[in-house]
Design a protein around this ligand. Structure first.
Ligand code: NG6
Ligand code: CA
Length: 490
């Protein structure tokens, strides 16, 4: 009898013990309100909505910071970026800011038997302090911090070098046409966004007037590498194919894919087949393109019959921005679309719009379909949480196991979330406290309310999610309490 029971139970035990694949689809600058499952109507995101329909949608999911580099640093290391100098937005020739000796999420999963891959935007630096020679294999690449496979761009779509780098080597590099990069001075004789402004296919509104690559002004200068240069119009197809390739090549092992999509960062140059899919111009059409990529990833999981035991997470590195430096009609065609949903501010901002991002989770074997959670969830906890789900041992400085929250087993999230832009803020329960800040109140260039005020701000997010009514003078003890909590973490 005992034997029969164990024979019957055996397959179930095996299935239960099987480690899930983990696919983190990380959009860039995608706002809470930019997806139709969070209320957008000017753009439809059926594939992202599918994750929500088949999984769990968070209303209080937070990126760690209001810009890319620190958010991604925290995500992959489980350590708040603001604890380490030099973790702000990096130039494209920056040295790697993750110490290969520190614990990382990919290294932890790799040790636990996962095949780990990153595809898309890196923006955490490459090489050592001596600088990168783009014409040689790069030793310090994502592969040095735990990724078995990497197919990335070094920084951002608007920063040179405009090439793809696979496992530390520039893709399609022609040794007869070596690449040179400078963030200091132009290369004599080459066009810039200033000298050749009339020729640009996408004009800049601020910054982005240095090298011209593919008819678009960039940040930084570069020379050479003509055969290796990306075409912005094909970037989504390119990265998506690599993500799908990684899934196919990893299907026999548990795998972790960090798919860091370029969309919807600037320059927004969607493939022609997405142009006009919304009335919002390239920014809206890039959302459709991002959603298409999500669909392709889900399809790959379906085709390989891996969907059931794959944890898929869709999120973003920071909140939305409309004009981030190119004249791409995003402002003019925004209409009444609310990229940050009900929240104030956006990318760069210490208000909720800076870090409150779409956070949607699907794992059919574990997570109840069609549910929502108001629990607070921060990406700082992804490292420890993914490790726990993978059954891996790991200690990270700031990351805690939030798997019960992430999988919807508990409505209790974090008691406190730390938000980071040019300064720190804290949300504890429904109270949000922003300490007095020296920084600018607004960014004129991007038309963003940054949230810095000379005096402290206290908001009750339960009644005031848009952070309109400062209650600091009415609730001095709340201010004292939250200030102390923030100091304890700092
Ligand atoms: C800013 C850029 C902006 C964007 C951002 C990084 C200018 C004027 N602005 O400095 O366009 O590239 O850096 O964005 O150059 S992030 O999402 O990678 O953090
Ligand atoms: Ca970003």
């Amino acid at each position: 009898m005992k034997l029969i029971t164990s024979l019957i139970l055996l397959p179930f035990t095996l299935i239960a013990a099987e480690k899930p694949n983990i696919v983190l689809i990380y959009a860039d600058d995608l706002g809470f309100g930019d997806v139709s499952c969070n209320g957008a109507t000017a753009v439809q995101t059926p594939n992202i909505d599918r994750i929500a329909k088949e999984g769990l949608n968070f209303t209080a999911g937070y990126a760690t910071s209001a810009t890319c580099t620190p958010s991604r640093f925290s995500l992959l290391t489980g350590k708040y970026a603001w604890r380490q100098k030099g973790t702000g937005i990096l130039p494209g020739d920056a040295a790697m800011i993750i110490d290969p000796a520190q614990p990382t999420l990919p290294a932890t999963l790799h040790k636990a038997g996962y095949r780990t891959g990153v595809v898309g935007k890196w923006h955490l630096g490459l090489g050592g302090k001596e600088g990168v020679n783009w014409n040689q294999p790069i030793k310090l690449s994502p592969n040095a911090v735990g990724f078995d496979f990497s197919h990335i761009m070094a920084a951002t779509g608007d920063r040179v070098p405009c090439v793809y780098v696979e496992d530390g080597k520039v893709v399609n590099l022609d040794s007869a046409d070596p690449i040179e990069v400078s963030y200091e001075k132009p290369f004599p004789g080459l066009p810039t966004g200033v000298s050749d402004r009339e020729e640009l296919k996408l004009d800049w509104s601020h910054g982005h007037n240095m090298a011209v690559v593919n008819g678009i002004g960039r940040i930084g200068y570069m020379k050479g590498g003509a055969k290796a240069l990306w075409k912005d119009e094909d970037m989504a197809d390119h990265f998506c194919a690599q993500a799908v390739r990684f899934i196919h090549e990893s299907k026999d092992k548990p795998f972790f894919l960090y798919y860091a999509m370029h969309d919807i960062h600037v320059p927004r140059v969607p493939n022609p087949r997405f142009i006009g899919k919304t009335t919002m111009g390239p920014r809206g059409d890039s959302i459709v393109q991002a959603d298409w990529q999500v669909g392709e990833v889900l399809k790959a999981l379906d085709d390989l019959k891996l969907a059931e035991n794959t944890l898929v997470i869709l999120s973003s590195d920071n909140g939305p921005v409309i004009d981030d430096g190119y004249k791409d009609e995003a402002v003019k065609k925004l209409g009444d679309h609310k990229p940050a949903g009900p929240f104030r501010g956006g990318k760069y901002s210490i208000f909720e719009g800076g870090t409150r991002v779409p956070t949607i989770v699907r794992w059919p074997a574990k997570v109840k379909a069609g549910t929502t959670s108001n629990a607070m969830l921060s990406q700082i906890d992804f490292a420890k949480t993914f490790a726990a789900i993978a059954g891996a041992e790991a200690t990270f400085p700031d990351s805690r196991d939030a798997s019960a929250t992430l999988l919807g087993e508990s409505n209790q999230g974090r008691a406190e979330v730390i938000e980071h832009a040019s300064q720190l803020a804290i949300r504890a329960g429904d109270w949000k406290f922003i300490p007095p800040g020296q920084g600018a109140k607004r960014s004129e260039a991007t038309n963003t309310e940054l949230g810095n005020e000379p005096t402290g701000q206290l908001y009750d997010l339960s009644t005031d999610p848009g952070e309109k009514t400062n209650l600091a003078s009415e609730h001095p003890d709340k201010v004292t309490e939250l200030k102390a909590k923030l100091e304890a973490v700092r």
